[in-house]
Each structure stands twice: as structure tokens, then as C-alpha cells.
Design a protein around this ligand. Sequence first.
Ligand code: KIV
Length: 278
Amino acid sequence: MKNKKFTVESFSKSKREGHIISMLTAYDYTTAKLLDDAEVDSILVGDSLGMVMLGYDSTLHVTMDDMIHHTKAVSRGVHNAFLIGDMPFLSYHTDIKTTVENAGRFVQEGGAQAVKLERGREVIDHVKAVINAQIPVLGHLGLTPQSVNMFGGYKVQGRTEEDAKKLIDDAQILQDCGVFALVLECVPESVSKLISEKLEIPTIGIGAGRYCDGQVLVIQDMLGMYRDISPKFVKKYAEMGNDIIKAVRSFNYDLNNKVFPEEKHSFQLDDSVLRKLY
Ligand code: KIV
């Protein structure tokens, strides 16, 4: 799979061949290029950018224009990873025509290859319409953050028999409708295992345990940069937040102690020209 374009077909192929799909979020060109160079399979321009990039307290404030702006930047840095744009709150909740037009903007303006929509049976007509428009759809069940006000907070979903059954049914409905993969967020490990075993399409877990067919993390979380909240399911692969603070403190120190800039960081003028300036 390395150094090769990861396509929509690579998702089902990965599941068949037992390759665990890696997915990370990115919101800007530089990060996207680094992730692509590191051979991540897929990049999601998540509406989590509302929190980690724009400083909102939820994803509900993110607009289509925010998403397109960041998707454009990311797509300029991506060559091999499969690029997915996250449809924000209210961009697919009204009529079908608006939904398809918004999904189309991710592809036409943003350069994404697919879009992600949250929830199951409630949005199924919208999902079908987007797929009919030849735009691959990534499903998203479990803790769907755009429903935070209905859930009454960011809570693990699918803990009761009724809720777990609904999740399992919704997963099947989304597969039948043609989504190419399914994000499962904050659901008990045993429920995501059952869904992963039942489905032919791959599941991509976040806080959904060990048995999903792939895993996704928010890049600022896994690099230790976003410090407002620290979810239990995140593994920090770096402490870049601490590194950034240390680096900025060193910069302050260098300025106060006249250690930076040095001669090697400066541009010099020919003496003959300089003399004429005095
Ligand atoms: O917005 C996002 O980053 C997401 C992922 C966490 C799946 O939806």
C-alpha cells in the first residue's frame, strides 16, 4: 500500500487483506504534506477544526466556507492519501438539493475525494443523493458531535440494548445505501467489534476499541497540541504542545539576552554602499 494512491477501493481491499487503515485529521497545507509524506492512508478535514483550529467550544459553529477554505489548503499538500471533507452542521440537514450542492463543493472547490456525514437512518435520503451524485460517502455513527445538544454532552453511545441495536441497524442501513466506510466514535468495544464483523465495509474507530478495521485521531490530540480537553481514547505520540512552549520560551530568552539574531542570520551591505549612506 506504500507510496501508492489510496483510493475509495483501497478501503474495502484493506479490510479483505487485513490491512488496518490509518486516518488522521489535517486542516492546513504543511500538516497535510507531512502526513502524506508519512504515508497515512487517509486524511479527514474534520469539522473538529472548529475546536482545535478556530477555538470554538463545539463543532456547531463551523460553516461550509470554513470547511472549504481548509479543505483547499489540505488538498494542495496531499498526493497519495485519500482526502475526505467533513460536512458541517446544517450543511446536509435541510433539503436534498442543498446537501448535494454542499457535498459537490468539497470535491469541486476543495479537492476532496469524498465527504463524511454524521448519523444513520435520519439522513439516509441525503446520503443516497450524495452517492447518486458520484461522491463517495464516509458514514459516522456513535458519538456524533453535531448532536451534542440532543445527547446532553459528549457521552459514550450504544450502552443500552436499545441503543446498541439502533447502532447496529444504522450501520447496516448505511452499508446497504453504499457508504464506503464507517466511523464509529465513542462506542463500547464489544459493539464496534460486532459491527465490524457484520459489515463488509471497513469501520474506522475513534474511542471504539481495538477491533475496528481502521483508526482515526485528531492530529492536534495525537501530537499533544490541543490541551483544552484530553479524551481517554487518545494516545499521544508526541508532546508538541510542551515542545512549542519550550521553543517560544527559548526565543524570548535569546531576545532578552541578545543571543538571536547572530551575524549568520543577518544580511550584509557592501561597505562602499554603506559609506554613502552616512
Ligand atoms: O471532525 C472530526 O475530526 C471527526 C473525527 C474525529 C472522526 O469527525
